[in-house]
Design a binder for this molecule. Structure first.
Ligand code: UT7
Length: 340
């Protein structure tokens, strides 16, 4: 490519890994004081997937990556950067899960690192991939959102254990000169004022592992659910309205609105505010729960595998999570339409 030819980032492929074990609402009824009726009404979730004891975040990320690489039609040797978004890495905090995935894929001598942006992680990675490609530094980037959230959940806390699940999604982002395939826009932001809304206090420099950490359960997720809920609806709606306005696109021009799968009520409130139809809004929360950084790529994979997502169609991604972080992206799907 000559220096004068601009390089654009394109979304070349998607893959996902869904753990086998199902944790249903009725299973949870036997574990905490809750009911299928309450969970369904307040969250829309019916079941979530849980990784096996000896199945780690890197294993799920590796399986999702294999599919994404195969579907991109590239050789793994062509990948020049691997980035993984996770808040449940194999190790707190080194080596990175991206390094372990690179080893499991047999990809050597490429830059590999993790980022921590909770549920916003995958869209944050899209913004990084765009910058790496547009600067000409990289050509084929593997991005992964993978979580073993069950490893940081207290299954006696009904405020969190009903929501979260495990899984992984991955995508290949490639350089292209075709503007029709290029990412249109990405917006990623954060506000640490609300850092205490979603916290895993340990392990970390503030709370290294100790007997006190174990006794107080500081290694588990703590969430101010209702406060997070209200802020999520407000922020997600504002973010989507802004990105559409900045790109002179109306909500009805979007065939696939793929919001973070945290709670059906949040998805419905944002979709209604935008006057989106049910066909436009992608919902997977009923079967996977909230899989944090894996939620958006797993949802993209779902519509891809069902044949609903086709080459050239526009995706609007919108996410929100711990930090607090949020992000939205407007981009066409530049992968091959699945053969049915
Ligand atoms: O992905 C990162 C971002 N995270 C989120 O977006 C999570 C956002 N938050 C939520 O999804 C919701 O806030 C929850 C599902 C966590 C909770 O729903 P809510 O409608 O906000 O309920 P609430 O916390 O206001 O609690 C209402 C009632 C309380 O009882 P009282 O005080 O009214 O008697 C809770 O104790 O529901 C009770 N409750 C439950 N009851 C049965 C809370 N959790 C449960 C439960 N089963 N699992």
């Amino acid at each position: 490519m000559s220096l004068s030819t601009p390089a654009y980032a394109s979304f070349r492929s998607i893959g996902a890994y869904i753990p086998q074990k199902v944790l249903s609402n009725s299973d949870l009824e036997a574990m905490v004081d809750t009911s299928d009726e309450w969970i369904t009404k307040r969250t829309g979730i019916k079941e979530r997937r849980i990784a096996a004891t000896d199945e780690y975040t890197s294993d799920m990320g590796t399986e999702a990556s294999k599919k994404a690489i195969e579907r991109a039609g590239i050789d793994k040797e062509e990948i020049d950067l691997i980035m993984c978004a996770t808040v449940t890495p194999d190790y707190f905090n080194m080596p990175s899960t991206a390094c372990i995935i690179s080893d499991k894929l047999g990809i050597r001598n490429v830059q590999a690192f993790d980022i921590s942006a909770a549920c916003s992680g995958f869209v944050y990675l899209l913004s990084l991939a765009k910058a790496f490609i547009e600067s000409g530094m990289k050509k084929n980037i593997l991005i992964i959102g993978a979580e073993k959230f069950s490893s940081i959940i207290d299954y006696t806390d009904r405020g969190t254990c009903i929501l979260f699940g495990d899984g992984a999604g991955a995508a290949i982002i490639s350089s292209t000169t075709d503007k029709e395939e290029a990412f249109m826009d990405i917006h990623a932001s954060a506000d640490g004022t609300y850092a205490d809304f979603l916290v895993t206090p340990a392990p970390g420099s503030m709370h290294p592992v100790s007997q006190e950490v174990i006794d107080k359960g500081l290694n588990f997720v703590q969430m101010k659910g209702n406060e997070t809920f209200k802020l999520a609806v407000k922020t997600l709606t504002k973010d989507v309205i802004e990105i559409l306005k900045n790109n002179s696109i109306t909500a009805e021009d979007i065939p696939h609105f793929i919001p973070h799968q945290a709670n059906y009520r949040i998805i419905k409130a944002v979709g209604d505010a935008l006057k989106m139809t049910e066909e436009q809004v992608v919902v997977t929360v009923e079967k996977y729960g909230n899989t944090s950084a894996a939620s958006i790529p797993m949802a993209i994979n779902d519509i891809y595998e069902s044949g609903r997502l086709k080459y050239g169609e526009l995706m609007l991604l919108d996410t929100f999570g711990g930090g607090l972080t949020w992000a939205s992206a407007l981009l066409p799907f530049a992968g091959k339409t699945i053969e049915s």
